[in-house]
Design a binder for this molecule. Structure first.
Ligand code: HEM
Length: 446
């Protein structure tokens, strides 16, 4: 048995070591920040944290806490103002939350100052050929044009009907269930919808297996990128490999002509054959990476948005009632048992406002990252080439100078989007709000 005195001495030594380490780290952190300031001139306020690790640990701690990942940004915004710097995963990040800067950065997307950029570990999980990682801009644009197959009017129409069918099935089950966890069911619904729309996958067992793997990839996206066994990141990388293998098998079946479906994967494979431009066909890797990307980008976002909407509607019974009246009016116009169509969506403007207001209040994607392609200035501060500039949209969505009474759920704050029905106006855009493609042809005078 270890004598009590020795235990005490050990405890004191450990405590002293911890205190000394903490003081040392804090000094290093201050030196690091001071050094940056003195050499860089007027760079944004904020802390770059400890050498090498920056503020990564705080970022991860926020992710694991009850307050969530955004708390990391929110607390710093309160401390430093609308433009601040930090260092996460060994990159300098700037967060900006003024609407003027946000517009400037987003508008210059096709120009030279900023480009889309997600953290490097994400590329390892969704794949280098993913739309989320494709660079330079030209490559991103080409890939995006190819992937637009998902959003043709026919594809969206089919999707609206299929999704409505899934919602009806889920609501029917809810009628016979005691307690419902909305997020859980929304995730399952959106996952099934994505599997059906992207690759006609309907087998419940295969869907369940795939959903487990996709969840692991999703969790790894915000984990420390350490490829050591049992870490979250490592599990995500392994799950990605299994997903790639499943999608590769499906592509092979279709290439051999053993299977054919009306879905995104088929559209991409057909697009290769019927491509009229000289662009090279999509490779298997590009198709695989982007199917996974669509699942990741579409499932959680849509499920979270639906869940928040249910919460806001429950808290605002008057809004719920107005929405119900509009829905019942629509139901009275269509034959019973028929599914919702794309055109029906045009006849429910209040529902569209409820969606917009829910997206504003919930900010499902709280910030948009961009990389500075050259040294530039944002809000009067110097930004260096290679820094990641994140537009803090959640903060803008709740800014009282932008939205009156921003914490109030008020769908009526949204004006009817397009009171001018003239076709010429719409000719400026490729699609109507409903998703229908518009093409205007001048009729030559006789
Ligand atoms: C309520 C649901 C959704 C929300 C709130 C949402 C939000 C967003 C936002 C804010 C961006 C831009 C991020 C940036 O510029 O950095 C984005 C990009 C993207 N979203 Fe969604 N999204 C939703 C649903 C979907 C769905 C259903 C899909 C696929 C079927 C999808 C696929 C994508 C893709 C591929 C990108 C990247 C586009 C590119 O880089 O060119 N999203 N989404």
């Amino acid at each position: 048995m270890v004598p009590w005195g020795v235990c005490m001495a050990m405890a004191i030594t450990v405590a002293m070591c911890l205190v000394v380490t903490k003081i040392f780290m804090r000094r290093m952190s201050r030196y690091h920040d001071h050094h940056q300031k003195s050499t860089d001139g007027s760079i944004p306020p904020g802390s770059l944290g400890f050498p090498l690790i920056g503020e990564t640990l705080d970022f991860m701690a926020a992710n694991c806490s009850n307050k969530g990942l955004y708390d990391f940004v929110h607390s710093r915004r309160l401390r430093y103002g609308s433009c601040f710097k930090t260092s996460i995963f060994r990159r300098t990040h700037i967060f900006v939350s003024s609407i003027k800067s946000a517009k400037g950065i987003l508008m210059s997307n096709d120009e030279v100052n900023f480009s889309k950029r997600y953290i490097r570990s994400i590329a390892e999980l969704v794949g280098k050929e993913s739309l989320l990682c494709a660079s330079p801009q030209e490559h991103h644009r080409l890939l995006r044009a190819r992937l637009s197959a998902l959003f043709t009017t026919d594809a969206v129409s089919l999707f609206v009907e299929r999704f409505d069918h899934l919602v009806l099935t889920t609501l029917f089950r809810w009628e016979h269930t005691g307690t419902v966890v909305v997020l859980h069911d929304a995730l399952s619904m959106t996952f099934k919808a994505m599997c059906k729309m992207l690759m006609s996958l309907e087998d419940p067992e295969e869907i369940e297996k795939l959903q487990k793997d996709v969840t692991q990839v999703y969790e790894a996206m915000v984990a420390i990128p350490l490829k050591l066994p049992h870490t979250r990141f490592y599990k995500g990388v392994k799950a990605r490999r299994r997903i790639m293998e499943t999608i590769r098998k499906m592509i092979n079946q279709r290439r051999k002509g053993l299977e054919e479906h009306e879905d995104f994967m088929q559209a991409l494979l057909l697009g290769e054959e019927s491509s009229s431009d000289n662009a090279s066909p999509l490779t298997d890797t590009q198709i695989q990476d982007n199917i996974l990307t669509m699942i990741i980008a579409g499932q959680e976002t849509t499920a979270s948005a639906m869940t928040w909407m249910v919460k806001y509607l429950d808290e605002n019974q008057d809004v719920q009632e107005t929405l119900r009246v509009e829905q019942l009016q629509l139901a009275s116009k269509v034959s019973s048992g028929s599914l919702l169509t794309l055109e029906d969506l045009n006849g429910i403007p209040f529902a569209s406002k409820v969606v917009r207001e829910s997206l504003r209040m919930a900010s499902v994607v709280p910030w948009f990252p961009r990389v500075a392609l050259k040294d530039c200035e944002v809000e009067g501060f110097k930004i260096k080439k290679g820094w990641i500039v994140n537009i803090d949209v959640k903060s803008i969505h709740l800014d009282p100078t932008v939205y009156h009474d921003p914490n109030k759920f008020c769908p009526s704050r949204w004006k009817v989007l397009d009171p001018d029905p003239s076709l010429e106006k719409w000719a400026l855009f490729a699609r109507l709000r409903s998703g229908c493609r518009v093409s205007v042809t001048r009729i030559a005078p006789k």
